[in-house]
Design a binder for this molecule. Structure first.
Ligand code: DGL
Length: 259
C-alpha cells in the first residue's frame, strides 16, 4: 500500500495519475482537511502538520509516501525525510524535470501557494539544472479555497476573475511554460489553459506520481482508502467531482507528541 498526502483534495491530481500508472496497487490517501490551506501558514506549522500526517500514514502501514503537496514538499520535506525509514517522494524535482523538457525559451513561470513561492524551492531547483532559466513565481492564494469548494468549471466567472488576478503578468513575463506548482492547481488546468493558450502547463501531481514507478512492482487489489482529519462530507463531494465517481472518506484523528 502506498500513502498519498496533501492538505486537502489537491493530491487527488497525483492519485488519479498514480492509479493509471499502477492500477494493481492499493493506496491510502490522507487529506489534512482540518488544516487546509497550508499555503498561508508559517513554515513551523507546515512542518508540524506534515510530520503528523506522515506519521499517521506510516502507522497505517504504507511502504512509501508521495507528499502530493507543493507547500509541504518545498518547506517541510527537506527537514522531515531523515525522520522516516520508508521512501518519501516530493513534487519539486519531477515537476522541474517536466518543465525543463517542455520549455523552449527558458522562461518558466511557477504558480504556487504563497509559502511555496517564498521558499524559492522551484526556482532554485530549476536554476541548479539549467543556468539559462529565468524563473518567476506567482503566488495564487485564491485557488486552493476555490478548488476545495468544488469551483472547477472553466466557465465559472469567479474562477476566471481569480485566474486573471493572480496570473495576469504571465504574458509580459513571456513564459512558454507554467508550472502548476501546487497540486490543487492541475484541477484548474482547463480554466487556466483556456485563458493562457500556447503556454504549456505542467501538472505537478502527474509529474510527482511517475516517481512511484521506481517502487518494487507488487500486485495488490487496486483499492483506495480515503482518510481526512475533518468533516469528510465536503471532501467526498469535491473528490467525486474530480475523480468522476463517488467515494467514502473516514474521519481520523492523527496526533503527534509535539502537537
Ligand atoms: N496542494 C497543496 C500544495 O501543493 C496544498 C495547498 C494548500 O493547502 O494551501 O501546495
Amino acid at each position: 500500500m502506498i500513502g498519498i498526502f496533501d492538505s486537502g483534495v489537491g493530491g487527488l491530481s497525483a492519485l488519479r495519475a498514480a492509479r493509471e500508472l499502477l492500477p494493481t496497487r492499493n493506496f491510502l490517501y490522507f487529506g489534512d482537511t482540518a488544516h487546509v490551506p497550508y499555503g498561508n501558514r508559517s513554515p513551523d506549522a507546515i512542518l508540524r502538520h506534515t510530520r503528523t500526517s506522515l506519521r499517521f500514514l506510516c502507522e497505517a502501514g504504507v511502504e512509501a509516501i508521495l507528499v502530493a503537496c507543493g507547500t509541504a514538499s518545498a518547506t517541510a520535506l527537506p527537514r522531515l525525510r531523515g525522520e522516516f525509514s520508508i521512501p518519501i517522494f516530493g513534487i519539486i524535482e519531477p515537476t522541474v524535470e517536466a518543465a525543463l523538457s517542455a520549455t523552449k525559451n527558458y522562461r518558466i513561470a511557477i504558480a504556487a501557494t504563497k509559502r511555496t513561492v517564498e521558499s524559492g524551492a522551484f526556482s532554485s531547483a530549476l536554476l541548479c539544472r539549467e543556468a539559462r532559466v529565468r524563473a518567476r513565481g506567482f503566488p495564487c492564494p485564491l485557488f486552493v479555497p476555490l478548488v476545495e469548494n468544488g469551483v472547477l468549471d472553466k466557465d465559472d466567472p469567479l474562477l476566471h476573475l481569480a485566474i486573471c488576478r493572480h496570473l495576469s503578468p504571465l504574458r509580459t513575463f513571456g513564459a512558454d511554460v507554467l508550472i502548476l506548482g501546487c497540486t490543487h492547481f492541475p484541477l484548474l488546468a482547463d480554466a487556466i489553459g483556456e485563458i493562457y493558450r500556447g503556454v504549456a502547463l505542467i501538472d505537478s501531481g502527474r509529474a510527482a506520481a511517475t516517481q512511484l514507478l521506481s517502487l518494487p512492482p507488487r500486485v495488490e487489489r487496486g483499492e483506495c482508502r480515503f482518510c481526512v482529519s475533518d468533516d469528510p462530507h465536503s471532501f467526498e463531494n469535491t473528490a467525486e467531482l474530480l475523480l468522476g465517481h463517488a467515494i467514502r472518506a473516514e474521519r481520523v484523528k492523527p496526533h503527534c507528541s509535539e502537537f
